[in-house]
Design a protein around this ligand. Sequence first.
Ligand code: HEM
Length: 596
Amino acid sequence: MVAMAALDVRHRGMRPARSARRAGSFGPRLPAPRRGGRDSSMAPRRAEGDRSQPPAGPPPTQGEAEDDDYVPPAVSIDSAGAGKSFISPRWLTELGRLWGGASDVPVVEAVPDDVKDLLGGALFQALYRWMLTSGPIYLLPTGPISSFLIVSEPAAAKHILRSSDNARRNVYGKGLVAEVSKFLFGDGFAVADGQLWTARRKAVAPSFHKRYLETMVDRVFVPSAVRLNDKLKREADNEVDIESCFSQLTLDIIGKAVFNYDFDSLTADSPVIQAVYTALKETEQRATDLLPYWKLPFASLFDERQRKAEDAVRVIRKTTEELIDRCKAIVEEEDAAGSGSGSAEDYVDEQDPSILRFLIQARDEVSSTQLRDDLLSMLVAGHETTASVLTWTIYLLLQNPECLRVAREEVDSILGQRKVPQYSDLADMPYTLRCISESMRLYPHPPVLIRRALEDDRLPGGQFVPKGQDVIVSVYNIHHSPDVWEDPEAFRPERFALDRQAPNEQNTDFRYIPFSGGPRKCIGDQFALLEAHVALVVLLREMEVDLVPNQKIEMTTGATIHTKDGLFVTARRRGGEGAVLPTSKKSEVVQNAAPE
Ligand code: HEM
């Protein structure tokens, strides 16, 4: 998410209309220093208090086919009124309103007092409250001439996401997202656009082929998940921050999967691990900075945080470059010795099944710097997201004992005496996967998607979007909207039928978009679902996990929704040491739905 303060985009034509009632304020949520290093997972917990509560809702409607050429209807909402900026003084916003003319969307009214709350990193919650009072499409002024158009409606989200980097209809770009992460991503394809993005996405996408995913399950996901169980067993009956543990697990996995590099962060600490966490934290902090001072040249000369971030990026890039050089040297040696393997579409090297190896073996014309930035894009995009999914899934299951019981029963039935699954088992555990899907509905990562209009546009509801307008597609709002989901706050994995495909943007017609949609949709979605599925199955199979009572679980955000102070649990081996695991009842379980 990008801070309102980091914005400096003019809004033409989008100006205050009807004054929407203020949606209320909420407590400050400052990003807590956390995650990384092995110690943080064992840090003492704090706080007393409540927890959120999930439970129920119906399946989404089936989706429509992709259609990139549709013309939205030209309806217009005419609502007049005033908006208030929470960044600029009211009189400035009023001035902007007079200046800009009539607008066709409601404008939310926020006051400067809200700034401190919003800067705490829970903007998506404010966006939700305003949706309830202003409707699914409204304008959030961020200064006299700057604003965000907030979109919380599936049809409009579909329109915008499909028109991002679409060769036939390229109306929206990534806008501000690139600004906060450029220092780390460089020209990586996660933030690139235009021809560079097209070429690199096309080059990287084939590396996620089926054989690669199968190999990852057996050789990376399962062993890493077992290492997490081992760690938990060593800490049996101590209070453990499971959120940090998941963060370490997913860092280990993504390191192996992308570079064939073992961070080993579950059991060790190293300068590279620290550098990764420092850089990730900097991305997060930039996203919520009041003043984007890091844009100033030589910021690192006068700011310690910037100096640390620069040092961290240097360490990460150097390590990545070494891994690339090493991999290239191996491939060249093999070629020279005539023992090199081919570059088939489903190529997986036995010694090194990583994406890096696949890309080098493909022998594309690509510079080492571009390759490095692309790989770092995947490292960053694929790490914290999956960790957060696992954190909220276990939290929701612990809050919903009946769902936990059903999930565990499914796992036990399929695995029988075995402790870990194989790739082929996962299709037989659709309920556990639905728990993950439902968790991503309630806690999408990131909760908002940011775009900027590259030309004048009109949404399907008829609202005008001027060129240069910054837009937020609030995934969180769509996933929590009572207009979109029945009983939206309830955790009900069964709302997604077990005998159908797992939910995605297409089969829900953009009601469910945790991986976004359109051309910039997550490239690692299947990888992530398999990874989370394996990690959950391995955990449920062997470990009994309990939430430490009286914790106050608060949400905050950077790139993902995460807890403010960690998620503390106690974990021990199920049934005690040497317990006999139940026998297989595979035939009794519904066998359907592949792990899409
Ligand atoms: C559950 C975990 C994950 C979630 C929820 C998630 C979510 C997302 C979302 C929402 C986007 C699109 C952002 C936008 O439209 O602006 C995205 C893009 C991306 N994701 Fe993921 N992601 C996850 C895991 C992964 C993994 C494991 C990888 C890599 C192995 C990955 C790599 C990427 C990349 C490279 C992009 C940029 C794609 C592009 O711009 O072409 N993600 N992800």
